[in-house]
Design a protein around this ligand. Structure first.
Ligand code: A3D
Length: 320
């Protein structure tokens, strides 16, 4: 059986970590792409030279032209620029929207059968624009945010309870970042929901609230510490979990930004909800009934994504 081909569009901090993980997990051959000359070539050569030490077989190469991604099975997009001091949200949107247009055109031409995972921020708007730009079916274009947000939540909870991260599950909905909605009652330790753990005296509601807050601001906490960039290890690991579920038809239930068509009362936009990822891409949206504070939080999150989409439509009316 031929190896899978995985293209990484953007070879910065996350792109490099993605390539390393694809190698270590032997998920396939890797093409790193970037507009910066030498970066994808240098990183892929460096990583290839680690393969004899770590004992993995993968071809890793770098490119500055889209031809190199031809026939890719999976494409992970991190291309774009981060928000710099003095740059408005609209400035960032207009730059990264142009990047999504270019990337989308490249995918359309060279890899129309790929499963595409977008990571570029502002995530929910960028994955929506990327799907329009590449024209692939919506079930084959998803955004990574929920796996990362729930991993942060799971890590903080495991730390709080002093239990293995493996035994903590978390359920998050909504857009990426401050408006994400962690569903406390569906988050568990070994199947025991958090509200029960509060009753059992394992923790207090106040501590759970603090952990939810820290999760929502998880990205900003790391930016403040790093000062020159944003998180990259956990974002890369999260996208790899999505790619692996697709490539191995694992049918994992993962929170992803997906195109909704009426589910959760939302139409033609990308929002984070739990989905089944298998060989057909997004195979099923897990739709639960929301009420009270959870519904309020979800609606607020959807409204903030609509705000981003409206700004995008003004900037690129031809595309969107
Ligand atoms: P960084 O290390 O700056 O890498 C971005 C790369 O994109 C650079 O190597 C650029 O040269 C390249 N690039 C810029 N324009 C283009 C273009 N037109 N075509 C191809 N490549 C281009 O950033 P990073 O890897 O740390 O982060 C990448 C993106 O992920 C950013 O937008 C972050 O905001 C975002 N991010 C999202 C999450 C989520 O959870 C959604 C988490 C962390 C980072």
């Amino acid at each position: 059986m031929a190896r899978n081909k995985i293209a990484l569009i953007g070879s910065g901090q996350i792109g490099g970590t993605l390539a390393h993980l694809v190698g270590l997990k032997e998920l396939g051959d890797v093409v790193m792409f970037d507009i910066a000359e030498g970066i994808p070539q240098g990183k892929s050569l460096d990583l290839a030279q680690s393969s004899p030490v770590d004992g993995f077989d993968a071809k890793l190469s770098g490119a500055n032209s889209y031809e190199a991604i031809e026939g890719s099975d999976v494409i992970i997009v991190t291309a774009g620029v981060p928000r710099k001091p003095g740059m408005s949200r609209d400035d960032l949107l207009s730059i990264n929207l142009k990047v999504m247009e270019q990337v989308g055109a490249g995918i359309k031409k060279y890899a129309p059968n790929a499963f595409v995972i977008c990571i570029t921020n502002p995530l929910d708007a960028m994955v929506w624009a990327l799907q329009k730009a590449c024209g692939l079916p919506a079930n084959k274009v998803v955004g990574m945010a929920g796996v990362l947000d729930s991993a942060r939540f799971r890590y903080f909870l495991a730390d709080e309870f002093n239990v293995s991260v493996e035994d903590v599950t978390a359920f998050v909905l909504g857009g990426h970042g401050d408006t994400m909605v962690p569903l406390v009652k569906y988050s568990t330790v070994a199947g025991i929901p958090l509200p029960d753990l509060v009753k059992m005296g394992w923790t207090s509601q106040a501590r759970i609230d603090e952990i939810v807050d820290r999760t929502r601001n998880g990205g900003a906490e790391i930016v403040n510490l790093l000062k020159t960039g944003s998180a990259f290890y956990a974002p890369a690991a999260s996208a790899i979990a999505m790619a692996e579920s697709y490539l191995k038809d694992k049918k994992r239930v993962l929170p992803c930004a997906v195109h909704l068509n009426g589910e959760y009362g939302v139409k033609d936009m990308y929002v984070g909800v739990p989905v089944v990822i298998g060989a057909k891409g997004v195979e099923r949206v897990v739709e639960i009934e929301l009420a009270g504070k959870d519904k309020e939080g979800f609606d607020k999150s959807v409204a903030s994504v609509v705000g981003l989409m409206d700004a995008c439509k003004k900037i690129a009316p031809d595309l969107l």
